[in-house]
Design a protein around this ligand. Structure first.
Ligand code: ADP
Length: 299
């Protein structure tokens, strides 16, 4: 492999108009998304490291792909919150666009759940409160995330949860605006998005939050089937159940049932969710990193 390809040069123009070069070294591969590959990038001067989303320009030839990236950057750049992946800055060279994000070295809840099979309710409470806090912030700023799922919820070195990937997010011009584009990830998509008739709004994120809570406690998503069409059928019919072999508290069941309401106007608000019995039970200020690897021993 050509070792020089691991060095990326960022051309910068200072406020006085002077041009200089910042050098980055490409390190570990972190993951792959729709058209991006994500790597660790280290600033050769300061030795600071970030997660860099690298998007080849050849994947941006179609107008739609380009617009999607511009929208992702515009929205992500405009938000800053303890539980949202920090957007550092972006730049481009002749071959790629690079988006520098705060590094979350502990991967996402998706990998965590694969290792752990399912989480204890106290952990689910800990993560849910952080997702709710991120959503409160986004919705107050008229941003709907629209792709809330385990794979977009990252864990940083302090075991803080960070919501990332604004590739499908929408910024509303006014609160009553309805969005019409069908988007989301099959297992997490809200019924009103599938129906499409009256458009959708903030409530789609609340629905996905319900899917997340269920999945973390039960170990698999509520509407999962072997194919997308029957998953969508199940979502439309609101057909899911709590398996008997998993012990689930009545508080958790009650919250999931309230949130997974087919009618978006009947779903609880984020305020209601915070006040629900499941979330007012004690929650730890932080989690021990050992919980990333092994299932907690039964007490
Ligand atoms: P896409 O928008 O193309 O789907 P994502 O933003 O989901 O891409 O990123 C793809 C993968 O890269 C993720 O699943 C994860 O493994 C890794 N990744 C993304 N952002 C970070 C980050 N801030 N820190 C660490 N890993 C990340």
């Amino acid at each position: 492999m050509d070792s020089r390809s691991n060095y990326i040069q960022e051309k910068i123009k200072s406020s006085s108009g002077e041009a200089y070069i910042r050098k980055w070294v490409k390190g570990n591969f972190l993951g792959k998304g729709g058209f991006a590959k994500v790597y660790e990038f280290m600033n050769t001067e300061t030795r600071e490291t970030f997660a860099a989303k690298v998007i080849p320009k050849e994947s941006l030839l179609k107008k739609r792909a380009k617009q999607k990236l511009i929208s992702e950057i515009k929205i992500h750049k405009s938000v800053k919150h303890k539980h949202v992946v920090g957007f550092e800055h972006y730049f481009e060279d002749s071959s790629c666009v690079y988006i520098l994000l705060n590094l979350c070295p502990n991967q996402s809840l998706n990998e965590l759940l694969k290792r752990r099979k399912r989480l204890h309710e106290i952990e689910v409470r800990y993560y849910t409160l952080q997702i709710v806090s991120a959503l409160e912030y986004l919705h107050k700023n008229r941003v709907i995330h629209r792709d809330l799922k385990l794979g977009n919820l990252f864990i940083n070195e302090d075991m803080d949860l960070k919501l990332g990937d604004f590739g499908l997010a929408a910024k509303l011009d006014f609160d009553g605006e309805r969005k019409r584009t069908i988007c989301g990830t099959p297992n997490y998509i809200a019924p009103e998005v599938l129906e499409g008739r009256n458009g959708h709004s903030y409530e789609v994120d609340i629905w996905s939050l319900g899917v997340i809570i269920y999945t973390l406690i039960v170990g698999k998503p509520p509407f999962e089937t072997s194919n997308v069409k029957s998953t969508y059928d199940k979502i439309r019919k609101n057909s899911y159940y709590f398996p008997e072999h998993v012990s689930i508290s009545k508080e958790a069941k009650s919250l999931i049932k309230l949130v997974l309401n087919s009618n978006p106007t009947k779903r609880p608000t984020l305020e209601d969710i915070k006040d629900h019995q499941f979330l007012v039970l004690p929650s730890p200020p932080t989690l021990h990193p050992s919980l990333l690897a092994c299932p907690p021993t039964k007490t």
